[in-house]
Write a protein of this length. Structure first.
Lengths: 450, 285
């Protein structure tokens, strides 16, 4: 039992390193679950540990690869001689056509063994999922698998046949995932499980750095916009309810105390004037920070019913209003960035961002958009490409608006390095580091006006 | 209650609830470890149905607490029957105060609400706390005592402890983030959309008249729609509705006209329908 206990505590440690909060009580529960379920069936064990250790659906994406490392399907490589590439491709095509998951898992293990190995001295050798997939090229099997499936079904007359391509693509994607897991397992056998579990497993989407997120992660983030907005809306509503309680109105308390002979029996609270907060967003959509801007724009747009007015402006070195492009229902999140860059005038003579010019243009052309009830959010890394930061425009903005916040997707220790004008701007307006979706939602919940 | 995970799936299947391995394992563990079960997932995947099926399997009575914004102690836990107490006081004229006082705070005048009902009973009980995310944060504090120790404190009567622990199921649509304290006391189960094979079995069970080939195509189309970025993706409930519709229309196989006419059964927004039509290569609607 001690070996199993070690495995469980190791697994818990790796999950904690990825930001999953697990207490000792849950670890004990996990051990009791293992006792109740036994070690015979790996999938039951996986579900049992997930049920006792996890607290939310987002954590599952981290849990599964970590579980594969601590409770691997087997040890070492597959038996028999290494298979050659063409044979592997043939068998893979068959497995994909039949949608046979067990065969795909077996093939992934053989493929990593035969094609994924690199290096030859102990310590520097290992297995690479990238190299395996690059040599095997499963994506080129699409046409062949399609023909196979149609051949079995006979002609492919059915209506659902038009979905076949997408289905095969998702099976290939599944195979790629299996290869990744297998390569991680093989490497972990060489280098130690704990290290790979901490370094080799991707963090949950809300902890990915905006600046380094790849396309898949950004898509995943975009899907999280709606649920996140719903959560933020309830949190804002709760803040609004609390804020409505107000402070004691001394004058009216004394006035009402006259009816009880001058003894203030019942304090009268100051009524809050219902204000309708307005929001203005200035987004840098140049290549370096576009992932961050797109996500924030969608999030704010999803929150639009919380405000009387939301206006969104995008800029690179020229500035244009894009509120219309974000309209509810019209906004197809995937193509949003491309559409903004196509339909709005954002660049002048060159394509790199210029904060000074864009901010100047904003105060000049859209100065009326900012009033005493407006909260302004500026989104960008404040890298001006060595041009004038135009601090006067920011000063003017800060003077007119109720509040101005600057959300910077760069880590705060890099502010001011190179061409970053962040410290200069931070002196004039409140600047916050905002590297991940998790940080962003915490900031939005705190900073949005109620 | 259950002897093994397979036992759980088999017995749930008898009541007409087809459980995925994840569901069966977690139900088994909730029973073994005696912990409440927190079920999350999109609307229409059978979260509430699960509680009902477990109650039926265990031949237990189902006590249901429906949460809503503003649900409070007197709706969830217990309440004193004031009117009856007043009647008792006026009926017992001539009694001394001490007699009356000890008499009106007794079981007779207590109105038990779902949580207290579930804890006091001697027979096997399944307590379903539905849509926990709709309740206010204060309500969660109340649940903590009930869920960790299975006891309720009534100041006038003392602490009521469960003689037989109820099987507790909490459901949530993730409208609000439940507190960490509540999550820690529960086993967590996320019911997502079922695998293709399981969904085929569900459709076959719920709509037995539908042909084999048609069932297969229905499940494939719904699966493809779920992979898309829609405002409201179709759930299992919608799959079953669609299958029933097709059966009622007497459709032998899916074709463009049938799909075009019935797409409204599975998709509930006009822009979703348009997106899906483009994806499925239907002519403009």
């Amino acid at each position: 039992m001690t070996a199993v206990a070690d495995r469980i505590t190791g697994l818990v440690g790796a999950l904690r390193a990825h930001g999953v909060r697990i207490g000792t009580g849950e670890t004990v529960d996990a051990a009791r679950a293992v006792e109740a379920l036994g070690l015979a069936d790996r999938e039951l064990l996986r579900e049992g540990l997930a049920a006792t250790l996890l607290h939310g659906p987002g954590q599952r994406a981290v849990f599964d690869p970590v579980f594969d490392l601590y409770f691997p399907r087997g040890v070492g490589g597959p038996d028999g001689a290494p298979a050659d590439r063409e044979a592997l491709r043939d068998r893979l095509a068959q497995a994909l056509a039949a949608d046979d998951r067990a065969a795909m898992a077996r093939l992934a293990s053989e493929a990593v063994d035969a094609l994924g190995g690199y290096g030859n001295s102990p310590g520097s050798d290992g297995f690479s999922a990238y190299q395996t997939l690059d040599r095997l090229r499963p994506q080129t099997l699409l046409a062949r698998v399609r023909a196979d499936v149609r051949g079995q079904e006979g002609g492919g007359a059915g209506f659902a046949d038009r979905l076949l391509d997408d289905e095969i693509r998702s099976r290939i994607e599944e195979f790629r995932r299996l290869v990744g897991a297998e390569a991680r397992r093989r490497v972990a056998e060489r280098r130690g499980r704990d290290e790979i579990a901490r370094r080799g497993v991707r963090p949950t989407a809300d902890r990915v750095d905006f600046l380094f997120a790849n396309r898949d992660q950004l898509t995943e983030l975009r899907r999280a916009v709606q649920p996140l907005a719903r959560k933020l809306a309830t949190r804002l509503a709760a803040r609004r309810r609390r804020a409505a309680r107000g402070t004691v109105d001394l004058r009216r308390t004394l006035r009402s105390s006259l009816s009880t002979g001058g003894v203030p029996m019942r304090p009268v609270l100051r009524r809050r004037r219902p204000v309708r907060p307005e929001l203005v967003l200035l987004c840098d959509v140049s290549g370096s920070v576009s992932g961050f801007s797109d996500f924030t724009m969608l999030l704010v747009q999803a929150l639009h019913d919380q405000f009387s007015k939301v206006r969104v402006f995008a800029f690179v070195n020229r500035l244009d209003e894009v509120t219309g492009l974000l309209d509810h229902g019209r906004a197809d999140p995937d193509g949003l960035g491309a559409r903004i860059r196509a339909e709005a005038t954002l660049t002048g003579w060159h394509g790199s961002s210029d904060y000074g010019l864009a901010l100047g243009e904003f105060t000049e052309r859209y100065g009326g958009a900012v009033g005493p009830r407006t909260t302004v959010f500026v989104l960008g890394d404040a890298r001006t490409n060595m041009s004038d930061p135009n601090l006067n425009a920011v000063r003017e903005l800060a003077r007119r608006a109720r509040r101005v916040y600057w959300l910077n997707p760069e880590p705060s220790n890099r502010w001011g390095t190179g061409d970053s004008a962040a410290p200069a701007y931070a002196e004039l307006v409140e600047m916050h580091e905002c590297r991940t979706a998790r940080q962003l939602s915490a900031l939005i919940a705190r900073l949005l006006p109620v | 209650m259950f002897t093994s995970v397979d036992d759980v799936s088999a017995r749930l299947a008898e009541t007409g609830y087809l459980a995925s391995p994840a569901v069966a394992t977690t139900v088994f563990l909730a029973d073994r470890l005696g912990k409440p079960l927190l079920v999350e997932g999109p609307a229409g995947v059978g979260k509430t149905e699960l509680a009902k099926a477990v109650a039926q399997v265990a031949q237990a009575r189902l006590v249901r607490l429906q949460c809503y914004e503003g649900v409070d102690e007197s709706r969830a836990l217990y309440e004193w029957n004031h009117a009856k107490q007043l009647l008792r006081i006026s009926a017992g004229r001539g009694e001394s105060w001490d007699e009356t006082r000890t008499d009106i705070f007794t079981e007779e005048f207590l109105l038990p609400r779902p949580l207290l009902t579930a804890i006091r009973g001697d027979e096997p009980t399944v307590l379903l706390i539905d849509e926990t995310d709709k309740a206010d944060v204060e309500m969660e504090g109340l649940l903590l005592e009930v869920l960790s120790d299975f006891q309720v404190t009534v100041p006038e009567l003392g602490t009521v402890t469960a003689t037989r622990r109820p099987f507790v199921v909490l459901t949530s649509n993730a409208g609000r983030e439940l507190s960490e304290a509540l999550r820690r006391r529960c086993l967590f189960l996320h019911i997502g959309f079922p695998e293709e094979e399981l969904e085929r079995r569900i459709v076959r069970l719920k709509v037995p008249g539908l042909g084999q080939a048609l069932t297969e195509s229905v499940v494939r189309v719904v699966g493809a729609l779920r992979a898309m970025d829609l405002r409201k993706v179709p759930s299992v409930a919608e799959t079953i509705d669609w299958a029933r519709t097709l059966l009622a229309l007497g459709a032998g196989a899916l074709d463009e006209t049938v799909v075009k006419d019935t797409l409204g059964v599975i998709l509930k927004h006009q822009d979703d329908i348009q997106k899906a039509a483009a994806k499925l290569n239907l002519d403009a609607l």
